[in-house]
Unconditional design. Structure first.
Length: 599
């Protein structure tokens, strides 16, 4: 059957009977290598063709579906059709012209990518290097009715699939022939898997896995996208409460960003996105602002949101400092909501990233902010990255905090962010931490990551005689990588102690490397190296990550600090560098792993 990335057969889809019947035929009569999208926005104007089909050997086909009967068509011409409905006559665009415009919008997007077009010097230079076509499906009109009617002079016969050609008794060969006879131009072509992924990346930029290419329409040689399962999950998130358990690098935050964009176009009330990490909040807010969604998608850390609620509804801010202040602030918001001073149901949707770092009271409060009419909640979770596990009791269940996600839970096991070498190193280091743990559907499983199959450089470990030498080593590594074309903004340095950060910043300043210390500022648009704690790195990713001061861990709690190092290491997409100037159980383990991989 065809692989549906969005389907009119899914629960909640607002599809006509004819669209559902056609999708059923696709499922029954097309092979697995057909990709099918139903009612998805494409092109700069977010047009919605009914169906888009892509086949590696056949090409791309856009279909518009109409359930009209011959008797219901009052008038028809090349520009418009007048159709009788129960509520009266309606004038609609010629469906073939609709399909043509949708197809051309798609083609214009794809032709802008030189890797999908014929090269300069070719007779068809700049045109797509694979066939494309468009057509109409008339689910209420048979071929015998269509041919003698006036419709056949308006809708070209070979561009039309009729009711009797998509019945349950239709044969796969004849059904497919009708579809591919719609191609006015056919030529030998076979799309590779990277080309198919590139088409998906161009048509749907929100599917791109790489943060640096999420909003980048330039010619990027490697446009990595969610796999088909991830895309199907992202598109199939319907109404109600949803929970996604995903390993590091599985695209959870990308699914959240996709969902926020979709809901912003469909809901009247604003969308609230809550995260734990301030740097991640800044990065997500930057992405939404670039897409013109600053006003409709509100992105906050949980504590920043609490503080804003107290100010907005004139609730006195509690006294105190540090953790005591934050706990008191959350308590003040909860009490204000209970007495009605802060209203419930403020948001059309609530999306929570880093849910593993939220304690139950926070989640319970967030659920109350959701408008019950839309009732759209998405919670992203990875227990292996929970660096504040004390926030959650061992008996925790989602039901206990008002999240009703039984039957609507997904698990993402495959890691796409890291190369196999980086993931192998990080997973081996945290092996005890990542031992799989089962749970019922309302509980929290611990999911081991599966490699994504992308090969790269082995992680490198450097023994140094001092922290200053560690900083010098990292400076040299970053400079060499930059000389080879890696942008500064694609480099992150994670430190394990404040004095390590101070030495790094001193060395970077002397070497004139542009950098930001994330405790002071974070401008995602600036081209510079980011210096941060493991906590601040959560949710972010960089092409190159250096972990400085590995020998100064563990300092207090071995399990929790192993989680921190695992988080830090899995921020790297392509290059991982680890330095140490002090012998510890962690530094020895990391050195052994890197040496073993290099052997």
């Amino acid at each position: 059957m065809a692989t549906f990335l969005s389907s009119p057969l899914s629960a909640g889809a607002r599809a006509s009977n004819g669209e559902r019947r056609l999708a059923t035929r696709f499922a029954e009569l097309l092979e697995d290598d057909y990709l099918c999208w139903y009612d998805v926005p494409v092109g700069p104007q977010y047009q919605h063709p009914d169906f888009v089909l892509l086949h590696p050997a056949r090409g791309l086909l856009v279909l518009e579906v109409k359930d009209w009967s011959l008797e219901s068509i009052v008038d028809a011409n090349p520009e418009s059709f007048t159709v009788a409905f129960g509520t009266g006559h309606k004038v609609q665009s010629n469906p073939l012209e609709q399909a043509r415009q949708y197809a051309h919008a798609i083609v214009r997007v794809l032709e802008a990518d030189p890797l999908l077009a014929n090269p300069v010097g070719d007779d068809y230079a700049g045109k797509l290097n694979f066939p494309w076509a468009y057509g109409v499906v008339l689910t209420g009109i048979t071929r015998r009715q269509f041919e003698p009617s006036e419709l056949s002079s308006i809708l070209r016969s070979h561009l039309v699939l009729c009711k009797d050609e998509m019945t349950e008794s239709a044969e796969a060969e004849s059904f497919q022939k009708r579809l591919w006879d719609m191609f006015n131009v056919r030529f030998a072509s076979r799309l590779t898997l990277p080309q198919v992924d590139r088409i998906r990346a161009r048509l749907f930029p929100e599917l791109r896995v790489s943060q640096r290419s999420l909003l980048d329409d330039s010619v990027v040689p490697d446009l990595r996208v969610m796999d088909l399962q991830q895309e199907a999950i992202a598109r199939s998130l319907g109404e109600g409460h949803r929970v996604i358990h995903g390993v590091a690098g599985s695209g959870k935050t990308l699914i959240l960003a996709y969902r926020a964009q979709f809901l912003a176009r469909t809901l009247a009330k604003p969308i609230l996105v809550l995260v734990f990490n301030k740097a991640l909040a800044v990065w997500l807010a930057h992405q939404m602002a670039e897409r013109g969604l600053r006003d409709s998608v509100h992105i906050r850390t949980f504590h920043a949101w609490c503080k804003a609620q107290l100010k907005l509804y004139h609730v006195p801010e509690p006294a105190g400092t540090g953790q005591q202040f934050y706990d008191a602030m959350v308590g003040a918001v909860i009490r204000a909501v209970d007495r009605g001073q802060i209203p419930r149901a403020q948001y059309g949707a609530v999306l929570i990233d880093e849910g593993h770092d939220f304690n139950p009271d926070w989640l319970r409060l967030a659920v109350q902010m959701l408008d019950p009419e839309s009732n759209s909640l998405l919670l992203l979770y990875d227990d292996a990255q929970s660096i504040y596990a004390a926030n959650r009791p061992k008996s925790f269940s989602f039901r206990s905090v008002g999240i009703s996600a039984v039957g609507r839970t997904k698990i993402l096991r495959r890691n796409y962010r890291n190369t196999d070498e980086i993931l192998a190193c990080a997973s081996a280091f945290a092996r005890d931490l990542l031992s799989p743990k089962d749970a019922d559907e309302d509980g929290v499983p611990l999911v081991s990551p599966e490699p994504g199959g992308r090969k790269g450089a082995r992680p490198r470990f450097y023994d140094a005689r001092s922290v200053r030498e560690e900083a010098a080593c990292i400076t040299q590594e970053l400079q060499q990588l930059h000389d080879r074309g890696v942008p500064w903004k694609e480099m992150g340095v994670v430190y394990t102690a404040p004095f390590v950060a101070e030495e790094l910043c001193r060395e970077f300043t002397e070497a004139r490397l542009p950098f930001e210390w994330l405790k002071e500022q974070f401008d995602p648009a600036r081209d510079c190296v980011r210096v941060m704690t493991a906590q601040s790195s959560k949710g972010l990713q960089y092409q190159v990550v250096a972990v400085a001061g590995a020998g100064f861990m563990p300092y207090r709690d071995e399990t929790e600090e192993a989680r921190l190092l695992y988080v830090a290491m899995t921020r790297a997409t392509d290059e991982l560098v680890i330095t140490s100037s002090k012998r510890s159980t962690f530094s020895q383990r990391l050195k052994e792993l890197c040496d073993l991989m290099a052997a």
